[in-house]
Write a protein that binds this ligand. Structure first.
Ligand code: BTN
Length: 179
């Protein structure tokens, strides 16, 4: 006699498995790092190229901070789950340039995270000062979500509720919530 249950199980796997795909990390959207800087990445094109806006929370200068343009590219859009990428910010309020390189991950809770390293090149007037013109560091970015998705009050921390999309946020500010 043929066992029906294992057959149904195999049939189910055959039908469901091709449709299954793990969540991919997508660069497009709004991000914030641990310094409080935020950036908006516009839709990535078919060649993996993108541009956007960067609003830094800090500066190595005494100049007034202004939003600056970023331009970059990523590997194989829509194909890789954790794509590598790089982008350049040409600061609009200083003579400096920062290059970021990193990788877009989906963590174990399903939250997207950008792990980056950067080089900030500041302008110096004399080649003798070249040795001190480049800073290096790391930044970790998490996705900013619209304030409407927060079901709790500004400034409240929230207990995790896995059924709710806003559960991926842990803190609300004026217009966004943070993971
Ligand atoms: C400047 O000070 O000349 C331009 C601003 C540099 C801001 C740096 S870039 C690396 C680090 N990450 C940030 O979000 N801001 C700082």
């Amino acid at each position: 006699m043929v066992q029906v249950t294992p057959l149904l199980l195999i049939l189910g796997m055959v039908l469901v498995a091709p449709g299954y795909s793990a969540k991919k990390c997508v660069l497009t959207g709004r991000w914030m790092n641990e310094l409080g800087s935020n950036m908006t990445i516009m839709p990535v094109n078919g060649k993996g190229e993108f541009w956007g806006f960067y609003h830094t929370a800090v500066t190595a200068t005494t100049n007034k901070i202004q939003v600056s343009l970023l331009r970059g590219s990523q590997h194989r859009p829509n194909q890789q789950r954790h794509p590598t990428f790089g982008f350049t910010v040409k600061w609009s309020f200083s003579d400096s340039v920062t290059v970021f390189t990193g990788q877009c991950f989906v963590d174990e809770k399903g939250n997207e995270i950008l792990k980056t390293m950067w080089l900030l090149r500041s302008h110096v007037d004399n080649i003798k000062d070249d040795w001190k013109a480049t800073r290096v560091g790391t930044n970790v970015f998490t996705r900013l979500r619209p304030r409407q998705e927060c079901s709790w009050e500004q400034g409240d921390s929230q207990a995790s509720d896995d059924d709710d999309d806003s559960a991926s946020c842990s803190f609300c500010s004026a217009d966004c919530c943070f993971q």
